[in-house]
Design a protein around this ligand. Sequence first.
Ligand SMILES: [Zn+2]
Ligand SMILES: [Zn+2]
Length: 240
Amino acid sequence: MEILLCTQVEENCPSCGTPLFKLKGKSRYKEYEIAHIYPLNPEPHEVILLQHEERLSLNPNHEDNLIPLCFSCHNIFDNPKTVDGYRDLLGKKRTLIKKSSQISIFKQYQLEEEIAEIIRSLVDDDVDFGAPAGFDAKNINTKLNGVINSLTKIKIKSDISSFYLFIRDRFAEMERISPSKAVLIAQQVRMFYVKQSTLSLTQQEIYQNTVAWITSKFKPSSQQAAEAIAAFYIQNCELF
Ligand SMILES: [Zn+2]
Ligand SMILES: [Zn+2]
């Protein structure tokens, strides 16, 4: 479990970013301790301090209550415990748990490898996307009506107007060569979205997870191409 906890924080102290291991020659030295977010044996004053605070697990030894910290951050966290420090670390852990569960969802939800052809065509040096603003992203404001920041909304709209027609043509080509392939990919995106909607996430998180999922699937991976594809599926209503 300790290895998993270190992997979850990408082997860096989640409070200050210091590496959890120091290398000397061929040996790796531990520069961290596993901290209990809610204390294992709370002092009476800690019980009172934290009595109304949320816990990620009622079992203090559960992995959701454990987090590696460098020695200094652990010391600062414990001496003395403060409500702010507790909430801060709990928030970090909650984000880490969400991220870990997304990584396993990414593996679980398939995406046909032909999506890589679309990505490749988007990142091709000689690509011609046609006239700028070739497509009017209608209805997008009604679809993006949840918690999503304006910057992302503008990005999605601009991706739709720049790339929607191009991506639609690539999928049409794919359909001609391998019938039903594009339909299958659209369904896989839909399934991924349905799964995301069961997790009480914001539209912002779902959009970001979809982009990360597409990016994680095949090489070449390109964040920008994945964003363009996600925008395509928002316009096509597989997403939102
Ligand atoms: Zn630290
Ligand atoms: Zn401690």
